[in-house]
Design a protein around this ligand. Structure first.
Ligand SMILES: *Cc1c(COP(=O)(O)O)cnc(C)c1O
Length: 414
């Protein structure tokens, strides 16, 4: 059967994947924590994984299952697991699959909180190599006999380095390594994780997926590509007949059930509503970002623009290859050294000075003093973050209004 288009599938997903009662077009919000069984034998079978069902909503519920089905279908994945935040999905995945003495190769350009989590893993006895993922050679040279996993983001924040996603995927396939990709910046509308042979994707649903700055959530998706029989850390308890399910089963049991960062049913509902317009918002945000970045690229008061959509970006060709003609909606700039970045941000009226990204609204913030403050100067230098760097997450407003806001802010400085 030929799959329907991205948005068609999304707006009909609840009806088709989940078939709620009474012809409802949305999956109802299910608040029940417990689930009753008339026959205790059925309860036992569900507990033992012999029958599909729910026993306690920390592990599963119809609200979470509905969103998981929707996302797995959207990403052409084997299955998905939702969590209360993006960080919950990431930490659950890493802590369920890695053990003391394992080696993890991760991008040196990771999102700040993920980077901090990687330090925690190191404290727990997991060896870490942070490498420049724009260069597959660096990933290859970091491989050791105990390497289990390679972890990268698609487009890094704030400097927008694009990982050499296909080459790393090929390397991981050759070496039998698990390949974990954070695709928060490039949801499946513009990026196909299967094409780069990712094993698992993680993403923050808080960002583009939900999109309106009103709900937190995260997800891990198994693409179905990785052969879990080669992974040494799967507990015998979770080696069921279907070997494809081993990874998600272990993440579900250890990472979701035991660690407990479950997505609330109300949040699952809010995210599914946001998802319906993901393609429309993403398209508009990416178009707007290209327009705005191009305008700033030519501006006298701007020293440098970091955006993969510009032809002078070092990985412009990689971005073209992977993101279906889009380049994401995040970019950063270095203002001229004599321009006061804080004064500039304060002069913007329409653009919000706020953290967060992937929102309907255009957001701006100084990077070194906020989201990467805790990392310190050395780590920032390694990530390419300058003290006067400003980051923008471009929204869906009418682009002429955003450009006009930038113009009036520059005029105020002159
Ligand atoms: C925001 C973000 C996260 C964390 O997601 P939360 O939902 O805020 O916990 C992880 N990775 C990337 C790339 C992000 O931008």
């Amino acid at each position: 059967m030929i799959k329907k288009g991205f948005t068609t599938r999304l707006v009909h997903a609840d009806r088709h994947c989940n078939r709620p009662q009474d012809g409802a077009v949305h999956q109802p919000i299910s608040n029940s924590v417990l689930f009753e069984y008339d026959d205790v034998a059925d309860l036992v079978d569900v507990f033992q994984g012999k029958k599909v069902g729910h026993v306690y909503s920390r592990s599963s519920s119809s609200s979470n299952s509905a969103l998981q089905n929707m996302i797995a279908d959207l990403e052409d994945g084997l299955g998905a697991l939702t969590f209360s935040t993006g960080m919950a999905a990431i930490s659950a995945t890493l802590l369920s699959l890695l053990k003391q003495g394992d080696h993890l190769i991760a991008s040196q350009f990771l999102f700040g909180n993920t980077r901090s989590l990687v330090d925690t893993l190191q404290d727990l006895g997991i060896e870490i190599s942070l490498v420049d993922v724009t260069d597959v050679q660096q990933v290859s040279e970091a491989i050791r006999s105990n390497t289990r996993m390679v972890y990268t983001e698609t487009i890094a924040n704030p400097v927008t380095q694009v990982a050499d996603l296909s080459a790393i995927g090929k390397l991981c396939t050759e070496k039998g390594l698990l390949y974990l990709v954070d695709n928060t910046m490039t949801p499946s509308f513009i990026f196909d994780a299967n094409k780069v042979a990712a094993s698992l994707t993680v993403s923050s649903l808080t960002k583009y997926a939900a999109g309106h700055g009103h709900v937190l959530g995260g997800v891990v998706v198994d693409t179905g590509i990785y052969n879990w029989e080669q992974y040494p850390n799967i507990s015998d308890l979770y080696k069921g007949q279907d070997t494809q399910q081993w990874g998600l089963t272990q993440i579900k049991k250890k990472g979701l059930r035991d660690m407990g960062a479950t997505l609330a049913p109300q949040s699952a509902h809010a995210i599914s509503i946001g998802l319906e317009t993901l393609a429309l918002r993403m398209q508009k945000s990416c178009e707007n970002a290209l327009r705005l970045a191009t305008y700033l690229h030519g501006h006298d008061l701007v020293e440098k623009v970091y955006y993969p959509g510009l032809s002078d970006h070092p990985q412009h060709f990689l971005a073209r290859e992977h993101f279906k003609g889009s380049y994401g909606a995040i970019f950063s700039i270095d203002l001229n050294p004599d321009v006061d970045g804080f004064a500039f941000l304060n002069a913007l009226n329409l653009v919000l000075c706020a953290t967060h990204l992937g929102d309907t609204r255009t957001l701006a913030l100084p990077v070194a003093q906020t989201i990467f403050y805790e990392n310190g100067q050395d780590a920032r230098t390694k990530m390419g973050i300058n003290d006067n760097m400003l980051r923008f997450s471009v929204g869906i407003e009418d682009i002429d209004d955003i450009v006009a806001d930038f113009e009036q802010a520059f005029e105020q400085l002159n």
